[in-house]
Design a protein around this ligand. Sequence first.
Ligand SMILES: NC(=O)c1ccc[n+]([C@@H]2O[C@H](COP(=O)([O-])OP(=O)(O)OC[C@H]3O[C@@H](n4cnc5c(N)ncnc54)[C@H](O)[C@@H]3O)[C@@H](O)[C@H]2O)c1
Length: 485
Amino acid sequence: MGTGGPFRPDMTIVLAGMRRPTLGGVVGENKGGKSFMRIGVYGLGYVGAVTVGCMAELGHKVIGVDVADHKVELVLAGEAPVVEPGLNEFLARHVADGQITATTDGKSTATDVDVVMLAVGTPSTPSGGIDPQYLMAVAGQVGAGLRDNPRPFVTVMSRSTSLPEVHEALIAELESASGRKLGESLGYACHPEFLRETTAIADFFDPPVIVFGADDPQTFMQCRDLYPGIDAPTVEVGIGEAAMVKYAANCFHALKVTFANEMGELCRTFGIDSRSVMEIFCQDDKLNISSKYLRPGNPFGGSCLPKDLRAILDVARDKAVTVPMLSGTLLSNQHQIDSLAERVLTDRPARVAVIGLSFKEGTDDLREAPMVAVVERLLGKGVDVAIFDAELAVEDLTGANKSFAMTAVPHLADLVSRDLTGVLEGADAVIINHRLADITDWTDITLDSDTQIMDLVSTPGLANHPGYQGIYWHRTDRAEHITLA
Ligand SMILES: NC(=O)c1ccc[n+]([C@@H]2O[C@H](COP(=O)([O-])OP(=O)(O)OC[C@H]3O[C@@H](n4cnc5c(N)ncnc54)[C@H](O)[C@@H]3O)[C@@H](O)[C@H]2O)c1
């Protein structure tokens, strides 16, 4: 089992809704004639209690499990153990109609379920890591119960937020406690939860996306029976990717709040109403509130972003405004440029080919282009550098553009060429910074098998080259395939 590692395109399936063929995870029909599964939900906190109520509303039979007697008693009485608008009604209705029951006996529950959902807490350790003790304890109980479960295949899904390594440990514990083997009689899915407290029920029935991370087809098939009637974009990926989607979402949400507040503080210092500024900012759903600028790859550069960020940091210093996130942004970008150069230098290449010098393809603007800094660093280490850039004619550069490039790389004209084959010839390493519109298939380009490739732009057709490295990924195929319906 691996929670990350090389992508497998067959595991990347994007569904426009939940109406896909299934293997038969559906085990029966409820009174309304809807299909249902028997689901054990472990943990009756915010996520677990909402899951119990909403899964029953979808037609499943649900057993809520918690170590806390009072939470179990509340659920059995049809009352929510947490404050969440609308939840009491669901629990009352479905305890009354027999769809929901609850117990403190986690082991027995696992003897008679099709699916287990883990929703116990994953609190912080003193150092900030994840404390997996509740998850591991539940895995032990569930595994023990699964030994007596007659079903040939049972899937355990974790809704608790945890890192890829925790999922690996959980799978190991489940296998050992149950005597079942992953992918044969035991399924495991990371199924991250995106609900927000106070709007949890609305979020459950209208999720932005449903994500299942698993390593075997039968688990995916069982996952597909979970949400009958809910029409939401659904993504099936590896366990590690699913786990990291949840962390990406929460880190981004935290970053958005902090960004708005740092902007607020700057605006307040200038006597400007930050509410208007951010309101207008948010109206731009082409560049600001959009998927733009959210793909891992190149560090940022160009004539505007670094300059304007520096101006804001300068005025913030002047006015004693503390904006650690914005300061950190510049530091982080510089770190990315430095570490890119270090990674290319690791194998001590004598000759490096650079495909694309400007900060993005289609322009000859070299001002603050990260690749200029990388080339400067490589030259400083005595590396022979050859550059291909489809738009760049060094003799035509003028003004600030010319002076920035010439200050960093005085002999730039000698390094740049429009002859791609010549640039690549004899290169020990290639940095691909631009996608070349004319080259749709890099397999047509002859590269020695021992040439190291550092790809910043998800270049198609190169992933199988033995020297291939994506700057922040193993292979490019996955990113090409994912389009949310
Ligand atoms: N609260 C949210 O809005 C939210 C949203 C998305 C994801 N999450 C994640 O979901 C997970 C659960 O969060 P929460 O806020 O619902 O937690 P919570 O602390 O409210 O509830 C956890 C429950 O698990 C129970 N529990 C502990 N050990 C148990 C065991 N061995 N068997 C059965 N029950 C046991 C506890 O008694 C408690 O009732 C966390 O990983 C959290 O990060 C939370």
